[in-house]
Ligand binder design. Structure first.
Ligand code: CA
Length: 594
Protein backbone atom coordinates (compact mmCIF):
# COMPACT_ATOMS: atom_id res chain seq x y z
CA UNK A 1 0.00 0.00 0.00
CA UNK A 2 3.04 2.26 0.11
CA UNK A 3 2.59 3.71 -3.39
CA UNK A 4 -1.01 4.61 -2.68
CA UNK A 5 -0.13 6.65 0.39
CA UNK A 6 2.72 8.34 -1.43
CA UNK A 7 0.31 9.32 -4.18
CA UNK A 8 -2.23 10.76 -1.78
CA UNK A 9 0.46 12.85 -0.13
CA UNK A 10 1.47 14.31 -3.47
CA UNK A 11 -2.10 15.15 -4.27
CA UNK A 12 -2.61 16.89 -0.98
CA UNK A 13 0.40 19.08 -1.47
CA UNK A 14 -0.57 19.92 -5.03
CA UNK A 15 -4.16 20.69 -4.08
CA UNK A 16 -3.20 23.10 -1.35
CA UNK A 17 -1.10 25.09 -3.78
CA UNK A 18 -3.95 25.19 -6.27
CA UNK A 19 -6.21 26.57 -3.58
CA UNK A 20 -4.16 29.74 -3.84
CA UNK A 21 -1.87 29.37 -0.88
CA UNK A 22 0.13 32.60 -0.84
CA UNK A 23 3.37 30.74 -0.59
CA UNK A 24 3.19 29.50 -4.19
CA UNK A 25 5.19 31.29 -6.85
CA UNK A 26 3.07 31.70 -9.95
CA UNK A 27 3.93 32.14 -13.60
CA UNK A 28 1.53 32.56 -16.49
CA UNK A 29 1.80 31.67 -20.15
CA UNK A 30 -0.66 32.65 -22.87
CA UNK A 31 -0.85 32.28 -26.63
CA UNK A 32 0.07 35.76 -27.83
CA UNK A 33 2.02 36.40 -24.63
CA UNK A 34 5.30 38.27 -24.48
CA UNK A 35 8.74 36.95 -25.28
CA UNK A 36 10.02 39.44 -22.71
CA UNK A 37 7.76 38.26 -19.95
CA UNK A 38 7.88 38.65 -16.99
CA UNK A 39 5.34 35.82 -16.93
CA UNK A 40 2.89 37.55 -14.64
CA UNK A 41 -0.88 37.20 -14.96
CA UNK A 42 -0.96 40.60 -16.74
CA UNK A 43 2.15 40.03 -18.87
CA UNK A 44 2.34 36.30 -19.48
CA UNK A 45 5.07 34.45 -21.32
CA UNK A 46 4.39 33.34 -24.89
CA UNK A 47 5.74 29.80 -24.60
CA UNK A 48 5.86 27.06 -22.02
CA UNK A 49 9.60 26.76 -22.54
CA UNK A 50 10.01 30.39 -21.44
CA UNK A 51 8.22 29.63 -18.20
CA UNK A 52 10.28 26.49 -17.66
CA UNK A 53 13.46 28.49 -18.15
CA UNK A 54 12.21 31.15 -15.71
CA UNK A 55 11.57 28.50 -13.05
CA UNK A 56 15.03 26.95 -13.35
CA UNK A 57 16.95 29.67 -11.46
CA UNK A 58 14.47 29.38 -8.56
CA UNK A 59 15.10 25.65 -8.43
CA UNK A 60 18.84 26.12 -8.68
CA UNK A 61 18.76 28.58 -5.77
CA UNK A 62 16.69 26.19 -3.65
CA UNK A 63 12.91 26.36 -3.72
CA UNK A 64 11.27 28.30 -0.90
CA UNK A 65 7.72 27.66 -2.09
CA UNK A 66 5.77 25.57 -4.58
CA UNK A 67 5.80 26.79 -8.18
CA UNK A 68 2.70 26.83 -10.35
CA UNK A 69 2.91 27.61 -14.04
CA UNK A 70 -0.59 28.39 -15.32
CA UNK A 71 -1.31 28.06 -19.02
CA UNK A 72 -4.06 30.35 -20.25
CA UNK A 73 -6.68 29.18 -22.70
CA UNK A 74 -5.65 28.43 -26.25
CA UNK A 75 -3.41 26.30 -28.42
CA UNK A 76 0.34 26.09 -27.94
CA UNK A 77 2.02 24.86 -31.11
CA UNK A 78 5.17 22.89 -30.41
CA UNK A 79 7.90 22.78 -33.04
CA UNK A 80 9.97 20.43 -30.94
CA UNK A 81 9.20 18.25 -27.93
CA UNK A 82 8.84 20.09 -24.67
CA UNK A 83 11.79 18.81 -22.66
CA UNK A 84 12.18 18.63 -18.88
CA UNK A 85 15.20 17.39 -16.95
CA UNK A 86 16.57 17.20 -13.40
CA UNK A 87 16.92 20.99 -13.34
CA UNK A 88 13.10 21.19 -13.52
CA UNK A 89 12.45 19.18 -10.36
CA UNK A 90 10.48 20.40 -7.39
CA UNK A 91 11.03 18.95 -3.95
CA UNK A 92 8.77 17.22 -1.45
CA UNK A 93 7.46 20.43 0.09
CA UNK A 94 7.66 22.55 -3.03
CA UNK A 95 6.38 20.75 -6.12
CA UNK A 96 6.55 22.32 -9.57
CA UNK A 97 3.28 22.13 -11.50
CA UNK A 98 2.31 23.00 -15.06
CA UNK A 99 -1.44 23.33 -15.22
CA UNK A 100 -4.29 24.73 -17.26
CA UNK A 101 -5.60 27.92 -15.71
CA UNK A 102 -8.72 26.72 -13.87
CA UNK A 103 -11.71 26.36 -16.17
CA UNK A 104 -9.74 26.99 -19.36
CA UNK A 105 -9.03 24.66 -22.29
CA UNK A 106 -5.34 24.39 -23.05
CA UNK A 107 -4.02 22.42 -26.02
CA UNK A 108 -0.38 21.48 -26.55
CA UNK A 109 -0.31 20.60 -30.24
CA UNK A 110 2.42 19.00 -32.29
CA UNK A 111 0.56 19.94 -35.46
CA UNK A 112 0.44 22.73 -37.98
CA UNK A 113 -2.73 24.13 -39.56
CA UNK A 114 -3.09 23.52 -43.28
CA UNK A 115 -4.61 26.56 -44.96
CA UNK A 116 -5.14 27.94 -48.44
CA UNK A 117 -7.70 25.34 -49.54
CA UNK A 118 -9.06 25.58 -53.07
CA UNK A 119 -11.54 23.54 -54.99
CA UNK A 120 -9.65 20.91 -56.99
CA UNK A 121 -10.63 18.13 -59.33
CA UNK A 122 -14.05 16.60 -58.81
CA UNK A 123 -15.11 16.66 -55.20
CA UNK A 124 -11.62 17.11 -53.78
CA UNK A 125 -10.03 20.24 -52.40
CA UNK A 126 -6.33 20.98 -52.42
CA UNK A 127 -3.93 22.96 -50.26
CA UNK A 128 -0.18 23.44 -50.32
CA UNK A 129 1.82 21.52 -47.70
CA UNK A 130 5.02 23.60 -47.51
CA UNK A 131 8.16 21.58 -46.96
CA UNK A 132 6.78 18.36 -48.41
CA UNK A 133 7.92 18.81 -51.99
CA UNK A 134 11.52 19.62 -51.07
CA UNK A 135 11.79 16.95 -48.47
CA UNK A 136 11.88 17.83 -44.79
CA UNK A 137 8.19 17.28 -44.04
CA UNK A 138 5.98 14.29 -44.72
CA UNK A 139 3.00 13.20 -42.67
CA UNK A 140 0.83 10.12 -42.35
CA UNK A 141 -1.95 11.60 -40.21
CA UNK A 142 -4.47 14.38 -40.73
CA UNK A 143 -7.13 15.78 -38.41
CA UNK A 144 -10.10 17.72 -39.79
CA UNK A 145 -12.29 19.57 -37.29
CA UNK A 146 -10.93 17.30 -34.57
CA UNK A 147 -11.68 14.07 -36.43
CA UNK A 148 -8.98 11.74 -37.74
CA UNK A 149 -9.40 11.75 -41.51
CA UNK A 150 -8.84 8.58 -43.51
CA UNK A 151 -5.58 8.34 -45.42
CA UNK A 152 -6.75 7.40 -48.92
CA UNK A 153 -7.34 3.69 -48.68
CA UNK A 154 -8.58 0.67 -50.57
CA UNK A 155 -10.74 -1.20 -49.91
CA UNK A 156 -12.63 1.67 -48.33
CA UNK A 157 -13.13 1.65 -44.57
CA UNK A 158 -16.90 1.41 -44.92
CA UNK A 159 -16.88 -1.25 -47.63
CA UNK A 160 -18.83 -4.39 -46.88
CA UNK A 161 -15.50 -6.16 -47.01
CA UNK A 162 -12.90 -3.58 -45.92
CA UNK A 163 -9.95 -5.91 -46.51
CA UNK A 164 -8.52 -8.15 -49.19
CA UNK A 165 -6.89 -11.49 -48.60
CA UNK A 166 -3.33 -12.09 -49.73
CA UNK A 167 -2.79 -14.88 -52.21
CA UNK A 168 0.80 -15.27 -51.11
CA UNK A 169 3.98 -13.68 -49.77
CA UNK A 170 7.54 -14.47 -50.70
CA UNK A 171 10.59 -13.32 -48.73
CA UNK A 172 13.93 -14.30 -50.25
CA UNK A 173 16.13 -16.34 -47.91
CA UNK A 174 18.82 -13.66 -48.08
CA UNK A 175 16.16 -10.95 -47.41
CA UNK A 176 16.99 -9.28 -50.73
CA UNK A 177 13.42 -9.27 -52.08
CA UNK A 178 9.97 -9.36 -50.53
CA UNK A 179 6.80 -9.63 -52.59
CA UNK A 180 3.12 -9.97 -51.87
CA UNK A 181 0.70 -11.51 -54.34
CA UNK A 182 -2.98 -10.63 -54.59
CA UNK A 183 -5.78 -12.16 -56.64
CA UNK A 184 -5.98 -10.81 -60.18
CA UNK A 185 -7.99 -7.65 -60.74
CA UNK A 186 -7.62 -6.03 -57.31
CA UNK A 187 -4.53 -3.86 -57.78
CA UNK A 188 -4.67 -0.85 -60.07
CA UNK A 189 -2.18 1.24 -62.01
CA UNK A 190 -1.70 3.45 -58.98
CA UNK A 191 0.52 6.53 -59.13
CA UNK A 192 3.48 7.21 -56.84
CA UNK A 193 3.68 3.56 -55.72
CA UNK A 194 6.73 4.28 -53.57
CA UNK A 195 4.47 6.26 -51.21
CA UNK A 196 2.06 3.33 -50.89
CA UNK A 197 1.80 1.45 -47.62
CA UNK A 198 0.19 -1.94 -47.11
CA UNK A 199 -1.30 -3.12 -43.80
CA UNK A 200 -1.23 -6.88 -43.37
CA UNK A 201 -2.89 -8.27 -40.24
CA UNK A 202 -1.43 -11.23 -38.38
CA UNK A 203 -2.85 -13.16 -35.44
CA UNK A 204 -2.25 -10.72 -32.56
CA UNK A 205 -0.23 -8.02 -34.33
CA UNK A 206 0.03 -6.44 -37.75
CA UNK A 207 2.51 -5.30 -40.37
CA UNK A 208 2.68 -1.90 -42.07
CA UNK A 209 5.02 -2.21 -44.99
CA UNK A 210 6.23 0.37 -47.53
CA UNK A 211 5.78 -0.47 -51.19
CA UNK A 212 8.47 -0.07 -53.83
CA UNK A 213 6.52 -0.92 -56.97
CA UNK A 214 3.43 -2.72 -58.23
CA UNK A 215 2.80 -5.00 -61.19
CA UNK A 216 -0.95 -4.65 -61.16
CA UNK A 217 -1.51 -6.97 -64.10
CA UNK A 218 0.35 -9.76 -62.36
CA UNK A 219 -1.08 -8.87 -58.95
CA UNK A 220 2.40 -8.51 -57.45
CA UNK A 221 3.49 -5.94 -54.89
CA UNK A 222 7.24 -5.46 -54.44
CA UNK A 223 7.97 -4.20 -50.92
CA UNK A 224 10.62 -1.57 -50.22
CA UNK A 225 13.81 -2.74 -48.45
CA UNK A 226 15.33 -3.31 -45.99
CA UNK A 227 13.44 -6.52 -45.26
CA UNK A 228 13.21 -8.59 -42.10
CA UNK A 229 11.66 -11.86 -41.09
CA UNK A 230 8.68 -11.32 -38.82
CA UNK A 231 7.04 -13.76 -36.45
CA UNK A 232 5.40 -16.73 -38.17
CA UNK A 233 2.02 -15.91 -36.65
CA UNK A 234 2.20 -12.25 -37.74
CA UNK A 235 4.03 -12.00 -41.05
CA UNK A 236 2.29 -11.87 -44.41
CA UNK A 237 1.20 -15.13 -45.93
CA UNK A 238 -1.66 -16.67 -47.89
CA UNK A 239 -5.06 -15.69 -46.56
CA UNK A 240 -3.85 -12.75 -44.46
CA UNK A 241 -6.07 -9.67 -44.48
CA UNK A 242 -4.66 -6.50 -45.99
CA UNK A 243 -5.47 -3.04 -47.22
CA UNK A 244 -3.52 -0.35 -49.07
CA UNK A 245 -3.05 3.32 -48.16
CA UNK A 246 -1.77 6.45 -49.83
CA UNK A 247 -2.12 6.67 -53.61
CA UNK A 248 -4.09 9.37 -55.47
CA UNK A 249 -6.38 6.80 -57.09
CA UNK A 250 -7.40 5.52 -53.65
CA UNK A 251 -8.92 8.89 -52.78
CA UNK A 252 -12.43 8.08 -53.95
CA UNK A 253 -14.88 8.96 -51.20
CA UNK A 254 -15.67 11.67 -48.63
CA UNK A 255 -13.39 11.82 -45.62
CA UNK A 256 -10.26 10.57 -47.41
CA UNK A 257 -7.03 12.54 -47.96
CA UNK A 258 -3.86 12.09 -49.94
CA UNK A 259 -0.50 13.85 -49.64
CA UNK A 260 1.10 14.17 -53.06
CA UNK A 261 4.80 14.31 -52.35
CA UNK A 262 5.99 15.20 -55.88
CA UNK A 263 3.87 18.37 -55.96
CA UNK A 264 3.74 19.09 -52.22
CA UNK A 265 -0.04 19.19 -52.43
CA UNK A 266 -2.54 17.88 -49.91
CA UNK A 267 -5.85 16.64 -51.32
CA UNK A 268 -8.99 16.06 -49.27
CA UNK A 269 -12.57 15.08 -50.11
CA UNK A 270 -14.78 16.84 -47.52
CA UNK A 271 -17.54 15.10 -45.66
CA UNK A 272 -21.06 16.37 -46.23
CA UNK A 273 -21.40 19.76 -44.57
CA UNK A 274 -17.66 20.35 -44.16
CA UNK A 275 -16.56 23.78 -45.42
CA UNK A 276 -12.82 23.79 -45.99
CA UNK A 277 -12.72 27.58 -46.06
CA UNK A 278 -13.52 27.44 -42.34
CA UNK A 279 -12.43 23.96 -41.28
CA UNK A 280 -9.53 23.38 -38.91
CA UNK A 281 -7.17 21.01 -40.73
CA UNK A 282 -4.12 19.96 -38.72
CA UNK A 283 -1.14 17.87 -39.84
CA UNK A 284 1.47 16.77 -37.29
CA UNK A 285 5.03 18.07 -37.53
CA UNK A 286 6.72 16.37 -34.57
CA UNK A 287 6.86 12.79 -33.30
CA UNK A 288 6.94 13.45 -29.54
CA UNK A 289 5.22 16.16 -27.52
CA UNK A 290 6.80 15.96 -24.07
CA UNK A 291 9.95 14.29 -22.83
CA UNK A 292 10.81 14.19 -19.14
CA UNK A 293 14.25 12.70 -18.70
CA UNK A 294 16.25 12.47 -15.53
CA UNK A 295 19.60 10.83 -14.93
CA UNK A 296 20.31 7.59 -13.06
CA UNK A 297 21.86 9.55 -10.18
CA UNK A 298 19.66 12.61 -10.55
CA UNK A 299 16.06 11.76 -11.37
CA UNK A 300 13.40 14.32 -12.13
CA UNK A 301 11.24 14.65 -9.02
CA UNK A 302 8.02 16.33 -7.94
CA UNK A 303 7.09 17.63 -11.37
CA UNK A 304 3.36 17.67 -12.17
CA UNK A 305 1.17 18.19 -15.23
CA UNK A 306 -2.49 18.89 -14.76
CA UNK A 307 -5.54 19.59 -16.88
CA UNK A 308 -3.75 19.87 -20.24
CA UNK A 309 -4.70 18.50 -23.67
CA UNK A 310 -1.93 16.87 -25.71
CA UNK A 311 -2.77 16.54 -29.40
CA UNK A 312 -1.38 15.98 -32.89
CA UNK A 313 1.66 13.77 -32.70
CA UNK A 314 2.79 12.29 -36.00
CA UNK A 315 4.88 9.22 -36.64
CA UNK A 316 6.73 8.15 -39.74
CA UNK A 317 7.00 4.54 -40.77
CA UNK A 318 10.45 3.03 -40.08
CA UNK A 319 12.56 2.10 -43.11
CA UNK A 320 11.41 -1.35 -44.07
CA UNK A 321 8.16 -0.79 -42.23
CA UNK A 322 6.56 -1.89 -38.99
CA UNK A 323 6.67 -5.63 -38.29
CA UNK A 324 4.63 -6.06 -35.15
CA UNK A 325 5.55 -8.60 -32.49
CA UNK A 326 3.17 -7.83 -29.65
CA UNK A 327 1.49 -4.81 -28.05
CA UNK A 328 3.11 -2.24 -30.39
CA UNK A 329 6.56 -3.79 -30.12
CA UNK A 330 8.20 -4.55 -33.43
CA UNK A 331 11.14 -6.11 -35.21
CA UNK A 332 14.15 -3.82 -35.71
CA UNK A 333 16.75 -6.41 -36.70
CA UNK A 334 16.77 -8.90 -39.54
CA UNK A 335 14.44 -11.23 -37.68
CA UNK A 336 11.91 -10.81 -34.90
CA UNK A 337 14.14 -12.90 -32.63
CA UNK A 338 16.79 -10.17 -32.72
CA UNK A 339 16.28 -6.59 -31.59
CA UNK A 340 12.91 -5.05 -30.81
CA UNK A 341 11.61 -1.52 -30.94
CA UNK A 342 8.25 -0.09 -30.11
CA UNK A 343 5.84 2.55 -31.22
CA UNK A 344 6.84 5.67 -29.25
CA UNK A 345 4.46 7.66 -27.09
CA UNK A 346 3.57 11.35 -27.21
CA UNK A 347 4.76 11.70 -23.61
CA UNK A 348 7.81 9.76 -22.41
CA UNK A 349 9.32 9.68 -18.93
CA UNK A 350 12.66 8.14 -17.88
CA UNK A 351 14.20 8.43 -14.42
CA UNK A 352 11.20 10.31 -13.07
CA UNK A 353 9.98 10.02 -9.47
CA UNK A 354 7.05 11.26 -7.37
CA UNK A 355 5.62 13.12 -10.32
CA UNK A 356 2.17 13.06 -11.91
CA UNK A 357 0.07 13.42 -15.04
CA UNK A 358 -3.48 14.20 -13.96
CA UNK A 359 -6.77 15.22 -15.51
CA UNK A 360 -5.19 15.54 -18.94
CA UNK A 361 -6.46 14.50 -22.38
CA UNK A 362 -4.21 12.72 -24.86
CA UNK A 363 -5.78 12.44 -28.28
CA UNK A 364 -5.20 12.58 -32.07
CA UNK A 365 -1.85 10.88 -31.70
CA UNK A 366 0.02 8.92 -34.38
CA UNK A 367 1.86 6.80 -31.81
CA UNK A 368 1.15 5.66 -28.24
CA UNK A 369 -0.20 7.92 -25.48
CA UNK A 370 2.15 8.03 -22.50
CA UNK A 371 5.05 5.77 -21.54
CA UNK A 372 6.91 5.53 -18.24
CA UNK A 373 10.06 3.64 -19.09
CA UNK A 374 13.36 3.49 -17.22
CA UNK A 375 13.48 3.73 -13.41
CA UNK A 376 10.25 5.69 -12.98
CA UNK A 377 9.11 5.34 -9.38
CA UNK A 378 6.17 6.45 -7.22
CA UNK A 379 4.45 8.34 -10.01
CA UNK A 380 0.73 8.92 -10.49
CA UNK A 381 -1.05 8.73 -13.85
CA UNK A 382 -4.60 9.58 -12.88
CA UNK A 383 -7.85 10.89 -14.23
CA UNK A 384 -6.69 11.22 -17.83
CA UNK A 385 -8.70 10.54 -20.97
CA UNK A 386 -6.71 8.81 -23.69
CA UNK A 387 -8.51 8.33 -26.99
CA UNK A 388 -7.99 8.36 -30.76
CA UNK A 389 -4.48 7.03 -30.41
CA UNK A 390 -2.66 4.98 -33.08
CA UNK A 391 -0.93 2.67 -30.59
CA UNK A 392 -1.10 1.73 -26.90
CA UNK A 393 -2.83 4.11 -24.49
CA UNK A 394 -0.64 3.94 -21.38
CA UNK A 395 2.66 2.06 -21.10
CA UNK A 396 4.58 1.25 -17.92
CA UNK A 397 7.72 -0.81 -18.01
CA UNK A 398 11.29 -0.63 -19.08
CA UNK A 399 14.45 -2.66 -19.09
CA UNK A 400 14.25 -5.74 -16.92
CA UNK A 401 17.21 -4.91 -14.68
CA UNK A 402 16.33 -4.60 -10.99
CA UNK A 403 17.74 -1.04 -10.90
CA UNK A 404 15.75 0.09 -13.92
CA UNK A 405 12.39 -1.59 -13.51
CA UNK A 406 9.67 0.96 -12.62
CA UNK A 407 8.38 0.64 -9.05
CA UNK A 408 5.30 1.71 -7.12
CA UNK A 409 3.59 3.64 -9.91
CA UNK A 410 -0.17 4.13 -9.79
CA UNK A 411 -2.32 4.26 -12.93
CA UNK A 412 -5.85 5.02 -11.78
CA UNK A 413 -9.19 6.38 -12.88
CA UNK A 414 -8.14 6.87 -16.47
CA UNK A 415 -10.58 6.58 -19.38
CA UNK A 416 -8.73 4.73 -22.13
CA UNK A 417 -10.65 4.09 -25.34
CA UNK A 418 -10.28 4.00 -29.12
CA UNK A 419 -6.57 3.22 -28.98
CA UNK A 420 -4.90 1.05 -31.62
CA UNK A 421 -6.64 2.84 -34.45
CA UNK A 422 -3.58 2.30 -36.66
CA UNK A 423 -1.59 -0.48 -34.96
CA UNK A 424 -4.27 -3.06 -34.27
CA UNK A 425 -2.08 -5.07 -31.90
CA UNK A 426 -2.23 -2.19 -29.42
CA UNK A 427 -3.62 -2.51 -25.89
CA UNK A 428 -5.26 0.05 -23.61
CA UNK A 429 -2.80 -0.25 -20.73
CA UNK A 430 0.48 -2.13 -21.11
CA UNK A 431 2.60 -3.08 -18.11
CA UNK A 432 5.85 -4.80 -19.00
CA UNK A 433 8.60 -5.34 -16.43
CA UNK A 434 7.29 -3.44 -13.44
CA UNK A 435 7.07 -3.87 -9.69
CA UNK A 436 4.31 -2.95 -7.26
CA UNK A 437 2.35 -1.15 -9.94
CA UNK A 438 -1.30 -0.41 -9.21
CA UNK A 439 -3.64 -0.40 -12.22
CA UNK A 440 -6.92 0.56 -10.59
CA UNK A 441 -10.38 1.90 -11.40
CA UNK A 442 -9.66 2.50 -15.07
CA UNK A 443 -12.37 2.44 -17.74
CA UNK A 444 -10.91 0.68 -20.79
CA UNK A 445 -12.85 -0.13 -23.97
CA UNK A 446 -13.12 0.13 -27.74
CA UNK A 447 -9.91 -1.67 -28.63
CA UNK A 448 -8.74 -3.86 -31.53
CA UNK A 449 -6.82 -6.26 -29.24
CA UNK A 450 -6.50 -6.69 -25.45
CA UNK A 451 -7.55 -4.23 -22.74
CA UNK A 452 -4.83 -4.52 -20.08
CA UNK A 453 -1.59 -6.45 -20.70
CA UNK A 454 0.50 -7.39 -17.64
CA UNK A 455 4.01 -8.89 -17.74
CA UNK A 456 6.63 -9.36 -20.44
CA UNK A 457 8.38 -12.70 -19.93
CA UNK A 458 7.29 -15.75 -21.91
CA UNK A 459 8.25 -18.36 -19.30
CA UNK A 460 7.91 -18.90 -15.53
CA UNK A 461 11.48 -17.88 -14.67
CA UNK A 462 11.80 -15.14 -12.02
CA UNK A 463 12.23 -11.54 -13.17
CA UNK A 464 11.97 -8.23 -11.30
CA UNK A 465 8.29 -8.24 -12.29
CA UNK A 466 6.24 -8.83 -9.14
CA UNK A 467 3.58 -7.61 -6.72
CA UNK A 468 1.57 -5.76 -9.33
CA UNK A 469 -2.12 -5.11 -8.75
CA UNK A 470 -4.85 -4.86 -11.38
CA UNK A 471 -8.04 -4.03 -9.52
CA UNK A 472 -11.52 -2.64 -10.00
CA UNK A 473 -11.08 -1.86 -13.68
CA UNK A 474 -14.02 -1.98 -16.09
CA UNK A 475 -12.77 -3.44 -19.38
CA UNK A 476 -15.10 -4.26 -22.28
CA UNK A 477 -15.57 -4.08 -26.05
CA UNK A 478 -12.10 -5.42 -26.80
CA UNK A 479 -10.63 -7.80 -29.42
CA UNK A 480 -12.48 -5.96 -32.18
CA UNK A 481 -9.96 -6.93 -34.87
CA UNK A 482 -7.25 -9.36 -33.81
CA UNK A 483 -7.12 -12.56 -31.77
CA UNK A 484 -5.37 -14.45 -28.99
CA UNK A 485 -6.04 -11.98 -26.19
CA UNK A 486 -8.75 -10.74 -23.89
CA UNK A 487 -9.93 -8.02 -21.53
CA UNK A 488 -6.90 -8.87 -19.37
CA UNK A 489 -3.78 -10.56 -20.75
CA UNK A 490 -0.91 -11.77 -18.57
CA UNK A 491 2.61 -13.17 -19.03
CA UNK A 492 5.30 -14.56 -16.78
CA UNK A 493 6.03 -15.26 -13.14
CA UNK A 494 4.90 -12.30 -11.04
CA UNK A 495 4.74 -13.43 -7.41
CA UNK A 496 2.43 -11.42 -5.20
CA UNK A 497 0.42 -10.09 -8.11
CA UNK A 498 -3.28 -9.52 -7.49
CA UNK A 499 -6.04 -9.34 -10.11
CA UNK A 500 -9.09 -8.29 -8.15
CA UNK A 501 -12.57 -6.95 -8.62
CA UNK A 502 -12.35 -6.33 -12.34
CA UNK A 503 -15.52 -6.14 -14.45
CA UNK A 504 -14.78 -7.81 -17.79
CA UNK A 505 -17.16 -8.41 -20.64
CA UNK A 506 -17.69 -8.20 -24.40
CA UNK A 507 -14.43 -9.70 -25.55
CA UNK A 508 -15.27 -10.02 -29.22
CA UNK A 509 -14.24 -11.88 -32.35
CA UNK A 510 -14.00 -10.27 -35.79
CA UNK A 511 -13.70 -11.85 -39.18
CA UNK A 512 -10.09 -10.58 -39.25
CA UNK A 513 -9.27 -12.93 -36.43
CA UNK A 514 -7.05 -15.79 -37.54
CA UNK A 515 -5.73 -17.84 -34.67
CA UNK A 516 -6.37 -18.63 -31.04
CA UNK A 517 -9.52 -17.65 -29.12
CA UNK A 518 -10.49 -14.36 -27.50
CA UNK A 519 -11.32 -14.48 -23.81
CA UNK A 520 -12.25 -12.56 -20.72
CA UNK A 521 -8.80 -13.25 -19.29
CA UNK A 522 -6.04 -14.90 -21.28
CA UNK A 523 -3.42 -16.17 -18.83
CA UNK A 524 -0.51 -16.72 -21.19
CA UNK A 525 2.89 -18.30 -21.08
CA UNK A 526 4.63 -18.60 -17.77
CA UNK A 527 1.95 -16.72 -15.83
CA UNK A 528 2.37 -17.85 -12.25
CA UNK A 529 1.79 -16.73 -8.72
CA UNK A 530 -1.31 -14.57 -9.15
CA UNK A 531 -4.26 -14.14 -6.83
CA UNK A 532 -7.52 -13.85 -8.75
CA UNK A 533 -10.40 -12.71 -6.61
CA UNK A 534 -13.80 -11.12 -7.00
CA UNK A 535 -13.55 -10.68 -10.75
CA UNK A 536 -16.75 -10.69 -12.81
CA UNK A 537 -16.52 -12.01 -16.37
CA UNK A 538 -19.26 -12.67 -18.91
CA UNK A 539 -20.08 -12.42 -22.61
CA UNK A 540 -16.80 -13.43 -24.20
CA UNK A 541 -16.23 -14.86 -27.67
CA UNK A 542 -14.57 -17.97 -26.23
CA UNK A 543 -13.68 -19.33 -22.77
CA UNK A 544 -14.03 -16.80 -19.96
CA UNK A 545 -10.50 -17.67 -18.81
CA UNK A 546 -7.90 -19.44 -20.94
CA UNK A 547 -4.48 -20.78 -19.98
CA UNK A 548 -1.50 -21.28 -22.26
CA UNK A 549 1.61 -22.97 -20.87
CA UNK A 550 0.51 -22.45 -17.31
CA UNK A 551 -2.24 -23.94 -15.21
CA UNK A 552 -5.16 -22.86 -13.13
CA UNK A 553 -3.54 -24.32 -10.01
CA UNK A 554 -0.41 -22.19 -10.41
CA UNK A 555 -2.63 -19.39 -9.11
CA UNK A 556 -5.01 -18.74 -6.23
CA UNK A 557 -8.72 -18.33 -7.04
CA UNK A 558 -11.12 -16.76 -4.61
CA UNK A 559 -14.74 -15.73 -5.00
CA UNK A 560 -14.78 -14.90 -8.72
CA UNK A 561 -18.08 -14.65 -10.58
CA UNK A 562 -17.93 -16.12 -14.06
CA UNK A 563 -20.99 -16.01 -16.31
CA UNK A 564 -21.44 -17.82 -19.59
CA UNK A 565 -19.60 -16.91 -22.78
CA UNK A 566 -21.85 -15.57 -25.49
CA UNK A 567 -22.26 -17.57 -28.65
CA UNK A 568 -22.06 -14.63 -31.02
CA UNK A 569 -20.27 -11.33 -30.52
CA UNK A 570 -20.73 -8.28 -32.66
CA UNK A 571 -17.57 -6.33 -33.20
CA UNK A 572 -17.24 -2.58 -33.42
CA UNK A 573 -16.39 -3.05 -37.08
CA UNK A 574 -19.76 -4.67 -37.75
CA UNK A 575 -17.78 -7.74 -38.66
CA UNK A 576 -19.35 -10.74 -37.06
CA UNK A 577 -18.14 -14.26 -36.68
CA UNK A 578 -19.43 -17.11 -34.62
CA UNK A 579 -17.11 -18.36 -31.95
CA UNK A 580 -16.27 -21.76 -33.32
CA UNK A 581 -13.52 -24.16 -34.28
CA UNK A 582 -10.14 -22.53 -34.63
CA UNK A 583 -7.37 -23.23 -37.09
CA UNK A 584 -4.56 -25.28 -35.55
CA UNK A 585 -2.91 -23.17 -32.90
CA UNK A 586 0.84 -23.31 -32.77
CA UNK A 587 2.54 -22.61 -29.51
CA UNK A 588 4.33 -19.33 -29.69
CA UNK A 589 7.22 -17.52 -28.14
CA UNK A 590 8.79 -20.72 -26.79
CA UNK A 591 12.28 -19.89 -25.59
CA UNK A 592 11.97 -16.22 -26.40
CA UNK A 593 11.46 -13.05 -24.52
CA UNK A 594 12.98 -9.64 -24.51
CA1 CA B 1 -10.62 4.97 -50.95
Amino acid sequence: MQPFHAAILLLTVASSTFAGAPAAVEFFVAPGGSAAGPGSRDKPFATIAQARDAVRPLIAAGLKSPVNVYLREGTYRLNEPLAFGPQDSGDEKHPVTYAANPGETVVLSGGRPITGWKRGDGETWTAPAPGVQDGPWYFRHLFVNGRRAVRAQTPNVDAENPSWRLKGADLAADLSRYTLTLPAGLLGAWSNPSDLEVMVAGNWEINRLPVQSIDHAAGVVVLAPPHARGHDAIRPGPGRWCHFESAPELLDQPGEWYLDRPSGTLRYWPLAGEDLTHAEVIAPVIERLVEVKGLPDRPVRNLHFRGLRFEHMGLSLPRGGYLGIQACHCTTGKAWTETWGRVPAAIRWDYVERSSLQDCVLTRLGGCGVELVTACHDNLIQGNEITDVSGNGIMLGGPRGEAEVPKRNRIANNHVHACGVEYYGAVGIWVGFAQQAAIAHNLVHGLPYSGVSLGWQWNPEPTPCRENTVEYNHIYDVMNRLCDGGCIYTLGFQPGTVIRGNHLHDSRRSRYAQGAPNNGMFIDEGSKGFLFEQNVIYDTAAELVRFNQNQRDWHTWRDNHFGPPAEVKESGQAIIARAGPEPPYRERWAGHGQ
